[in-house]
Design a protein around this ligand. Structure first.
Ligand SMILES: NC(=O)c1ccc[n+]([C@@H]2O[C@H](COP(=O)([O-])OP(=O)(O)OC[C@H]3O[C@@H](n4cnc5c(N)ncnc54)[C@H](O)[C@@H]3O)[C@@H](O)[C@H]2O)c1
Length: 354
C-alpha cells in the first residue's frame, strides 16, 4: 500500500496483513525483537543500520527463529542520500525508526552527536519517507522528554521539559514529525515514548548486546552477575524515593516489540499524528530491581553507591491508559519474567553476539 492508494491495507477493516516495513536500527536491541514480532504477525521486514551499537548476528538469529530471511542493508541515517536510496530501493509501506543514540550521560558530553543522529537522522528518514510515498512512520521516543516536574504516573499531555540533550533531541525530532504530518496529513505518524525496556526473547537466542560499557541498568546488572564487572554503581541514593534510588517503569522488550506491531497496524488505518506512552504503569527502584534479579536468578550483584548522574530524574513511570484505549495494548510480562529472560540471554551468550 502506498499513501496514494488510501490508508486501508486489507479488505477486512480490522485485519492489517503483509505490510512491508523498513526498520531503521533493526539490528539493535528493541529493533531486533520488533523485527521478530513483525515477521511472526505476517509482515515483511527489511532492516537498515550502520551497526554502530549492534551486530548483524541479531537479525541472522531472528531469521533462524522465524525461518524467514530478512535483508539487512548498510546505511547511516545521517546520510540523506543513503536513506533516500534505501527507501527508493525497498519501497516500504511503513518505516519504524529506531536508529539513534540513547545514552543520557553521553549526550551531556557530546550533545552535537545526539542532535546530528537523533534529530538530523529523523529528519532524513521522515523526508525520505515522504518522498517515497510511505504511509506510516513510527518513531522511538523516550520518557526522557517529560523531565523533572511531571507528576507521576505521567500522561502524554504532560509538559515536555527534558533535562538533558538526549531528551531534547527526541523531543525536537517529535516536533519535526508533528510539523511534517500537519503539512502532509496523509503521512500517518505514531510516536512511542518508551519507558525502560528490559529482558530478552524468552528463547534466550536474541537479547541486548550494547557495544562497550552498558549505559542502562539491567544489562550492567547481568554483566556483574556474570562476573564481567565486579560491582554495580548505583547513581545516587539520596533521591526523594523510599530507598533513595531512582524509580523507573520497566517493560519487557517483547511487550514493547508487540506494541510496535499493534501501533503500526493501527496507524495503517488511522491517519494523523499521535503519541503514546509505552510502559507497564508502575515504578520500581534501582535497588528493588537488583534485589528481584538476585532472587530470581540466585546470582549475587554487589552494589556501590556513587554520586547522581547528570540529567537523571528521580521518578519516572507511565500512565498507560491512552495506548490501552486507542490500540487495545497493555503489557503482559511481569518483572520476574524480565529478569529471568535477561539472565537466560546473558548466561547463554556470555560474549553477546560475538
Ligand atoms: N533502550 C532504551 O532504554 C530506550 C528507551 C527509550 C527510547 N529508546 C530509543 O529506542 C531506539 C532503539 O533503542 P535500542 O535500545 O534498541 O538501542 P540500540 O543501540 O540497541 O539500537 C539502536 C540501533 O541504531 C543503530 N544506529 C545508531 N546510529 C545509527 C545511524 N546513525 N545510522 C543507522 N543506524 C544507527 C545502532 O547500530 C543500533 O542497531 C533508539 O532510538 C533509542 O533512543 C531506547
Amino acid at each position: 500500500m502506498k499513501r496514494s492508494e488510501g490508508m486501508k491495507l486489507s479488505p477486512a477493516p480490522d485485519i492489517v496483513v503483509g505490510v512491508k516495513v523498513l526498520v531503521t536500527g533493526g539490528t539493535g536491541y528493541i529493533g531486533s525483537h520488533t523485527c521478530l514480532r513483525l515477521v511472526e504477525e505476517g509482515h515483511e521486514v527489511v532492516v537498515v543500520d550502520n551497526v554502530s551499537n549492534s551486530s548483524i548476528e541479531s537479525i541472522k538469529r531472528v531469521s533462524q527463529l522465524t525461518d524467514t530471511h530478512i535483508d539487512v542493508l548498510e546505511g547511516d541515517v545521517r546520510s540523506k542520500t543513503r536513506i533516500d536510496a534505501v527507501i527508493a530501493e525497498t519501497s516500504p509501506e511503513a518505516v519504524i525508526h529506531f536508529a539513534g543514540l540513547k545514552s543520557v550521560a553521553e549526550s551531556v558530553r557530546f550533545p552535537d552527536k545526539y542532535y546530528e543522529t537523533n534529530l538530523g537522522g529523523t529528519l532524513n528518514v521522515a523526508r525520505a519517507a515522504l518522498q517515497g510515498n510511505v504511509a506510516v512512520v513510527l518513531f522511538s521516543s523516550s520518557a526522557t522528554v517529560y523531565g523533572e516536574s511531571a507528576s507521576m504516573p505521567v500522561d502524554e499531555g504532560a509538559a515536555t521539559e527534558p533535562t538533558n540533550p538526549y531528551g531534547r533531541s527526541k523531543l525536537y525530532a517529535e516536533s519535526v514529525l508533528r510539523d511534517l504530518n500537519a503539512a502532509n496529513p496523509a503521512l500517518s505518524v505514531g510516536v512511542l515514548r518508551y519507558f525502560n525496556p528490559v529482558g530478552a526473547h524468552p528463547s534466550g537466542v536474541i537479547g541486548e548486546d550494547p557495544r562497550g560499557t552498558p549505559a542502562n541498568l539491567m544489562p550492567y546488572v547481568a554483566r556483574v552477575a556474570a562476573g564481567t564487572y565486579p560491582e554495580l554503581s548505583v547513581y545516587g541514593d539520596d533521591y526523594s524515593t523510599a530507598d533513595g534510588t531512582g524509580i523507573r517503569d520497566y517493560i519487557h522488550v517483547m511487550d514493547l516489540a508487540d506494541a510496535h506491531v499493534k501501533v503500526m497496524e493501527y496507524k495503517a488505518e488511522n491517519s494523523g499524528f499521535e503519541t503514546w506512552n509505552v510502559g507497564r504503569g508502575s515504578g520500581v527502584s534501582v535497588l528493588e530491581m537488583v534485589s528481584r534479579f538476585q532472587e530470581v536468578t540466585g546470582k549475587s550483584v554487589p552494589t556501590k553507591i556513587v554520586p547522581r548522574r547528570a540529567g537523571d530524574v528521580a521518578v519516572s513511570f507511565a500512565n498507560v491508559s491512552r495506548i490501552a484505549r486507542d490500540i487495545g495494548w497493555s503489557a503482559k510480562y511481569e518483572l520476574d519474567d524480565m529478569v529471568a529472560d535477561l539472565w537466560h540471554w546473558q548466561s547463554q551468550n556470555p560474549e553477546g553476539y560475538e
